[in-house]
Write a new protein. Structure first.
Length: 229
């Protein structure tokens, strides 16, 4: 009886093609999974970037709003100075005698206005939002002359206003307002064009923003994505 010849080539070829097909299928699935993962990561990162941008913009808008809040101070005693881009005393003439820091150099009418201006500042700060504090700088000044103690004199002028306010019952909550008494002599940028008109003091009200509290939303976003990852 004659034996039938078996062609092993086609069997091997078929097995090879099946194996290659299986390998290609596995690679396709792996590539698809990797692509989906990359796509999801990219979408998550894009979403995170958008949310963080929105949160950052919200913080910046709030900061701008607070910085502009100084405009709400009583316009009876303060006006905006375009030259220095700041608010200054309005309708109150302050001028000390040469080499003097005696607050009584200022006439009674203007002195009373200074007292009311102090109360206006106190009221303005007390109405501030809980997460906003202020730095109140009383800066004494002098005219530019040959007096050897101009720096000390300018400080004493600032101190004389602070002491007068305290005498008039004007006080500032230390939790809301940091009071800084300083003297710049004749070196301040905020000076009058007339040299002798600088026998005075300048009041600065500067918002001190609690950036940590305002940025809490950003921190929450970061923690959220840490947990997701």
């Amino acid at each position: 009886m004659k034996k039938q010849k078996i062609d092993f080539f086609w069997i091997s070829y078929s097995d090879l093609m099946t194996s290659l097909f299986f390998i290609m299928l596995v690679l396709f699935v792996l590539a698809k999974v990797e692509w989906e993962n990359e796509k999801n990561n990219a979408e998550k990162q894009a979403k995170q970037a958008v949310e963080q941008y929105q949160a950052t913009q919200k913080v910046l808008d709030k900061i701008m709003e607070i910085e502009k809040s100084v405009k709400n101070i009583d316009s009876t005693f303060f006006k905006y100075d375009e030259n220095f881009k700041r608010y200054t005393l309005k309708g109150i003439e302050v001028k000390f005698e040469t080499s003097s820091s005696n607050i009584n150099d200022i006439d009674d009418r203007n002195l009373r206005k200074l007292g009311l201006a102090g109360k206006a500042i106190e009221e303005f700060i007390n109405k501030a939002e809980k997460n906003v504090k202020y730095q109140l700088i009383i800066e004494g000044q002098t005219s530019k002359d040959n007096y050897s103690a101009n720096d000390q004199l300018s400080y004493e002028r600032a101190l004389s206003l602070f002491n007068y306010w305290q005498k008039e019952g004007v006080g500032f909550d230390s939790e809301k307002c940091e009071v800084v008494i300083s003297g710049s002599g004749y070196k301040s940028l905020f000076r009058d064009s007339s040299n002798t008109a600088n026998q005075r003091f300048v009041i600065h009200i500067i918002p001190k923003i609690d950036y940590e509290e305002f940025s809490s939303e950003l921190l929450k976003k970061g923690k959220k994505y840490e947990r997701e990852e």
